[in-house]
Design a protein around this ligand. Structure first.
Ligand code: R5P
Length: 315
């Protein structure tokens, strides 16, 4: 059915790669990935990929540096094995938050990562919910940038919350555009939390702009939950302002450091994230619901492979 399409999984998220393979009806390619005793990564492809249209599935979540390095080595392997075209499929693009110099003498690591992926030999990138859309411009390659919002909204629609009882809460100023998109699909009104970041793990939130929120169901949407500081702060503000129920939605559940502890103690009815990253936190967070991006990625891969438009998947 798919001439010349080869799907390869790194070790970052084999389950998602398998689900994408099932959507496409193709097997995953035979590749051996292991660690040398000194910690270096070894890769060997056990099948011919000469002239193939290769899609490498590897989200660069924690351990970020290991997963990124493994991606680069996989790209190099495919390039040297004479793949015709290599698409780096990054359901989650790590280092995306280091996208500008926000202080003197600091790097722009997102740009460095884009350079590394390009120099390794990738021809295209397929990704979901970049922290900042302009990261696409860090690549001099075609980037297909998908959004998980329709998948999250689909889930929230099944809760049948009447729009007049719904408030979409933006956890910070940077998420207003995303919140407005959810508002368009789910209805309700908008409220914005005034977030100030004091360090990489600590945020401070107090004021709420917009609403009213009293007695309503609040849905707080962010692109990612990392240490949980931003989302838990927003949830607490929503509750302090009278929200009767609070749900949370995010494309990427990283859940690092204090996240699980913070989320377990927060008054959240349900936390909904995608499987852009593996979700071991599900064992500790009974209110964590995972929705899949496998079909979204599979459909995008099918269309890229066949040179069909991918644009309706962007909305
Ligand atoms: C910030 O601009 C992002 O959109 C997220 O709100 C943030 O990165 C989440 O990190 P944490 O969970 O550590 O607050």
């Amino acid at each position: 059915m798919y001439d010349h399409l080869t799907l390869i999984s790194g070790r970052a998220h084999p389950q998602l790669a398998q689900d994408v393979a099932e959507y496409l009806g193709v097997p995953l390619a035979a590749v051996e990935i292991a660690d040398f005793p000194d910690g270096e990564t070894s890769v060997r492809l056990n099948q011919n990929i000469r002239g193939r249209d290769v899609f490498l599935v590897q989200p660069t979540g924690p351990p970020v540096n290991d997963n990124l390095m493994e991606l680069l080595i996989l790209v190099d392997t495919c390039m040297r094995a004479s793949a015709e075209r290599i698409t780096a499929v990054l359901p989650y693009f790590g280092y995306a938050r280091q996208d500008r110099k926000d202080a003197g003498r600091t790097p722009i690591t997102s740009k460095l990562v884009a350079n590394l992926i390009t120099v390794a030999g990738a021809d295209r990138v397929l990704t979901i919910d970049l922290h900042a859309a302009q990261i696409q411009g860090f690549f001099d390659l075609p980037v297909d940038h998908l959004f998980a919002a329709p998948i999250l909204d689909e889930y929230f629609k099944t809760l049948n919350i009447p729009p007049e009882e719904l408030v979409i809460v933006s956890p910070d100023e940077g998420s207003i555009k995303r919140s407005l998109q959810h508002l368009e699909h789910l209805g309700g009104s908008l409220a914005i939390v005034d977030k100030r970041r004091s360090s990489a793990t600590e945020t401070r939130q107090a004021n709420l702009i917009g609403g009213p929120i009293e007695g309503k169901t609040a849905l707080v949407f962010d692109d990612m939950i990392s240490t949980g500081g931003s989302i838990v702060g927003a949830v607490n503000v929503a509750r302090q302002h009278g929200a009767s129920r609070v749900f949370v939605g995010a494309a990427h559940g990283i859940f690092c450091g204090p996240a699980v502890g913070r989320l377990s103690e927060a008054p959240i009815e349900e936390i909904v994230v995608t499987d852009s990253l593996p979700q071991p936190a599900q064992k500790q967070l009974p209110n964590l619901k995972v929705v899949s991006v496998a079909a979204l990625l599979g459909e995008a891969i099918r269309r890229i492979h066949r040179n069909e438009s991918v644009s309706h998947l962007f909305d």
